[in-house]
Each structure stands twice: as C-alpha cells, then as structure tokens.
Design a protein around this ligand. Structure first.
Ligand code: ATP
Length: 359
C-alpha cells in the first residue's frame, strides 16, 4: 500500500523555516496536486518526500514505514522533473534503463521492460536517439518512461509540463491522467497551472508561505474555500472581493453595506457574525451577470479581454481595490468605457471575516 503520510513536517534551511509543520495523509492510488504561489514550499515538500532533502522535524511514512533516514532509492518513489534531467550523452534506451542499472539489474532483464514501456509511450522507434535529437514532448515522455520502468509505488512530478507548448501540454495532461488510471500508483504533482490541477487531481492541496491552507477535491476548493487566500488563489480570473461591514443579519441572509454605501445580501451562515463586523464579500466572475436583479453594482468597463470561448470585462467599482472581473459570452458586444450594471444572486456570494476566514 503506497499511502504517503506526512506528520508535522518541518524543513529549515539554516535558520530560515520553509515548511512550518505539514500534516497530510495521501491515500494509496490517489492523484494529489500541490498548488500555491511561487516560493511557498511545494518543491521543497516534494524533495523531502523523495529524500533529496532531509526532514528537519516530523515524520514521513510511505506504506506505513518511516522513511526519514532512507536514501531516495530505497523509498519506492520515482521523480519526474520540469527540466526532464535526461543524460545528454546517453540514448533514450540508456536514459530509461538508468535506474534499473543502478539497481544492479542485468541487461537481459531490463531490456524487455524498457522496450515495453517505450511502446506504451510511443518511444519505441526513438530508443537509439540522444535527448538533443528529440522534441520537448518526446523528452518529457522519456523522463516519465524512466520513472515508470522502476515500477514505483509513488510518482512525484515537479511541474513536468511547464516547458511544453499549449497544445502539447493538453495532450500530455490527458496522457498522465490515463497513465494514473492504468498504473493505479499514488501520484503527487506540483503545478502552477490551474487547469492541470483542477483536471488531474483527486484532491488539491493549497499552500501559502510554507503552510497548508486547505485540502479538498477541486470542486470543494472552488466552491467551498475556507478562507480568502484559497478563494482568491483558485479560479482564473480569481474571485472578486468587495469590502464592507455587516448592517443586518437574518436567518437566511446577511446584509453588507459596501464601502460605496450600497447594500448587498449574501446567503451564508451568520451564526458567528455580528452587526458592525468588517467583512469581505466575494463573488466569482461567472456569477456577476447583467440582468440579475439582486445585489446590483454599476461601474465603467476599463478592460475587455477576449479569451475565444468567452470574454472577461474588468469593471471599476469603488467598493473593490481591483476592478471587478466579469465573465461574459464571447460574442456579446460591450465596449470599453461603457457603464454596466451587474448583479449576483445571494447564494452565489461568499463572506469572509476580518481574519479572512469564510463564514
Ligand atoms: P516555485 O513555484 O517558484 O517553484 P515553490 O513553492 O516550489 O516555488 P520552493 O522551491 O519549495 O518553492 O522554495 C520555498 C522556499 O525555500 C523559497 O523561499 C526558497 O528560496 C527556499 N529554498 C528552497 N531551496 C533552498 C535551499 N537549498 N537553500 C535555501 N533556501 C531554499
């Protein structure tokens, strides 16, 4: 069983603490994705799991066995890096066989294994080539192949697709999803790409500044963020925020007076809130719509971004530090400079208290 259990993992570089006590239980066969802003510690955590970095405090278990003191080769893991880390002087075959040779396997034994995996990855006609004679996508498949031949129980991926162009990324993303289904191995995957995170993950882990903010399925994190940070981090463009204070609380609705004097109603549990509390109202770009009679806010369009399948309007609003982002159908005609009125349904609103915690 390749469960991966992180118990209060702390990592220090000198006197700087990069990971502040991470607790996480990763299930056997789970696809788990780490996201968070640059420098939050995603790669460091992956490297402590792999054994490339030691653990300052806490315990790592794989399959119920303590790993802290074991070298990378004894952990039953394989890692795929962003840079692929292929040996330039070795052929594709030699690169893929490298880990097996290190494990003292005989050539007669590893040759059919490498050939089989190469076939699956459609690399069988390229086995004699050197990495420089391959495309980016082919190199990337060699790096994945080198991991697969070792039959690890746990795969660690550190932004494996970030050097590929957009079309190839989509192809490889689907490929990795299929691979996961076929191998049933536990996969831990670091990415900056929200689409990769949302589509590949059984569960996503959001980190900030060396701390774990929330763990959940993509849907849970998107629709039930526990705090302002997670709400703002997931989604592209992210959730809109408007500041204000609570002016009334009923059993179903909380009324918020926004900074511009206007009131909006949000359907959240108000049991921990009081009239007068400072709050932030959140609403996703796809839930701010023209023609909704509730919670109307008006403002001037300052930017229009065409994304192909839809467009995003950015609308100035005095209650919000940033222009509000609004997703609209691609063919709808709205001009920059126009004033628009938008509304959102109370059940599409979020509320966060002064500490940023979701109500
Ligand atoms: P990115 O998304 O940019 O790759 P990340 O979330 O993966 O970032 P890490 O690479 O884990 O972040 O880095 C976390 C922090 O640890 C950073 O502040 C980084 O400077 C620091 N750090 C990483 N490796 C070392 C090291 N070997 N020595 C000192 N500090 C380090």
């Amino acid at each position: 069983m390749a469960t991966v259990s992180l118990k209060n993992i702390v990592k220090r570089f000198g006197d700087v603490t990069t990971l502040h006590g991470i607790d996480l239980e990763i299930r056997d066969g789970e696809f788990i994705v780490f996201v968070g802003p640059s420098g939050c510690g995603k790669t460091t955590l992956l490297r402590t799991i792999s054994g490339l970095e030691d653990i300052s405090e806490g315990e790592l278990q794989i399959g119920g066995v303590r790993m802290n003191e074991l070298p990378p080769v004894k952990r039953g893991i394989a890692m795929v890096f962003q840079s692929y880390a292929l040996y330039p002087h070795m052929s594709v075959f030699e690169n893929m066989a490298f880990g097996l040779r290190l494990a003292n396997m005989k050539k007669a034994e590893y040759t059919p294994i490498v050939q089989d995996v190469a076939k699956v990855l459609q690399l069988d006609h390229l086995l004699e080539r050197k990495p420089r004679e391959l495309s980016g996508g082919q190199r990337q498949r060699v790096a994945i192949g080198r991991a697969i031949v070792q039959k690890p129980e746990v795969f660690l991926f550190d932004e494996p697709l970030s050097n590929l162009d957009a079309a190839l990324r989509v192809q490889m993303r689907i490929y990795i999803a299929q691979l996961h289904r076929k191998l049933g191995a536990t996969m831990i995957y670091v990415t900056h790409d929200q689409v990769e995170a949302m589509t590949l993950a059984d569960r996503i882990v959001v980190f900030q500044a060396g701390r774990l903010e929330q763990v959940g399925t993509p849907t849970e994190l998107y629709y039930e963020p526990v705090n302002l940070f997670v709400a703002g981090f997931l989604g592209s463009p992210g959730m809109n925020f408007m500041t204000g204070s609570i002016s009334a609380i009923s059993s179903e609705l909380i009324t918020v007076a926004l900074a511009d004097g206007q009131s909006v109603h949000v359907a959240v549990d108000g049991s921990t809130a009081k009239v007068g509390d400072a709050v932030t109202v959140g609403v996703r770009p796809e839930h701010l719509l023209a023609g909704v009679a509730d919670n109307c806010v008006s403002g001037k369009v300052v930017v229009l971004e065409r994304l192909g399948d839809s467009s995003v309007l950015y609308v100035e609003h005095p209650g919000s530090a940033q222009p509000l982002a609004v997703r609209i159908p691609a063919l709808k005609h709205v001009a920059v400079g126009e004033t628009v009125t938008l509304g959102f349904k109370p059940q599409h609103g979020y509320l966060f208290n002064a500490q940023g915690i979701a109500l």
